[in-house]
Structure formats: C-alpha cells, structure tokens
Design a binder for this molecule. Structure first.
Ligand code: KMT
Ligand code: NI
Length: 178
C-alpha cells in the first residue's frame, strides 16, 4: 500500500524522503477528502485490471513514460525541474507505476501543507484536475509509468499563480472538496 505523509519543508535535495521525525502519516481518508484516488494493482498481469479501470473511468488513451537519464536524454534535467514546480492541470493526471519509484506531492486544502505520496510499482493514482501538485524522482533516479488520459495526451502544467487561483478548473476542484 502506498505510503503518504506530510512533507517536512526542510531545505535540501528534493529526492530525499523529507519525512518529519517522527513521521506524520496521512490516512486514506485524508486523501479522499482532497479527492486524490488510489488503487493498488499488482504489476504481474496488470493489463486486464488496468483496462477495466480505464474503461470504467473513460480513459481512452495511454502512453508510457520513463523518467531517467537514459530514458529522457538531453531533456532530462529540464523535465526534472518542470515536474517539481508547483502546478495544476485542467485534466486528471493518472499514473500507473510499472517500475522504479518517486514522490508526488499534493497540496492539502485548506492547510496548504504538502502531502508526499511515495509511489512504487503497482500504485495507480489519480491526481484530480485543479489540485496543486509536483513530482520528483527519489534517490534511485528512475521511474517507469503508464500515463492514462481521457482524450488527447495533453495536460499543460499551469504553475501556481493568481491566475491559476482563479482558473475555473481550480474553482471547480475547491467546490468538489467542499
Ligand atoms: C508528471 O506529469 O509529473 C509526470 O508524468 C511525472 C512522471 S510519471 C511518474
Ligand atoms: Ni502535473
């Protein structure tokens, strides 16, 4: 099961766990409240199960992403930076982890604290449209994931700003979590 905990906000390498001492774990109920969805689907024989979830939720398209120096080449460093800038999308960000590991950080409302999701193979997460979030590799420096989308593979990242605070998808998200 996926580990979730509050990010400690200490300066230093983004790839380190940034777990408070003692750790402040985050429950599934807390994730439910901010509408972050999560399933565990064993990688061994994952296809029919992922297909079924995709069908049920209307995810028509998918591709594979390999975030590693080898997998990305010259755009690697730049991508790593963009992934870790706090942003939102106007669509869900759906990821199924096939190998490797990493951290998705999602902002809790109304506290504005970062919740860190430590993802490993078999984790399927849905980051809702309008939530502020970011991604980083961990110290192992690689992750391979399926990216699922409702329609076209296009989620523009909008970095957090006064504009995104007023984005209709952001407002709709806030309304959806009450
Ligand atoms: C994203 O959009 O932030 C990513 O795809 C990160 C890598 S997928 C685990
Ligand atoms: Ni994103």
């Amino acid at each position: 099961t996926m580990r979730a905990y509050y990010f400690d906000n200490l300066p230093g390498d983004q790839r380190l766990p940034h777990d408070y001492v003692p750790s402040r774990p985050v429950s599934k109920e807390t994730l439910d409240k901010i509408n972050v969805k999560y399933w565990s689907v064993p990688v061994e024989g994952y296809e029919p199960k992922i297909d079924a979830i995709a069908k049920e939720r209307g995810y028509k398209n998918r591709d594979m992403i390999n975030v590693s120096k080898e997998g990305m080449g010259e755009i690697y460093e730049e991508k790593i930076k963009t992934f870790f800038e706090e942003h939102m999308h106007e669509d869900e960000e759906i990821r199924y982890i096939l190998s490797g590991s990493g951290f998705f950080d999602v902002r809790e409302t109304p506290t504005d604290e970062w919740i860190r999701l430590a993802v490993t193979p078999g984790d399927l997460i849905v980051i809702p449209a309008g939530i502020y979030h970011r991604f980083t590799l961990d110290e192992a420096n690689n992750i391979k994931a399926l990216r699922l989308f409702q329609d076209e593979p296009k989620w523009v990242p909008y970095n957090r700003s006064e504009q995104t605070d007023a984005n209709p998808h952001r407002l709709e998200y806030l309304k959806s979590i009450g």
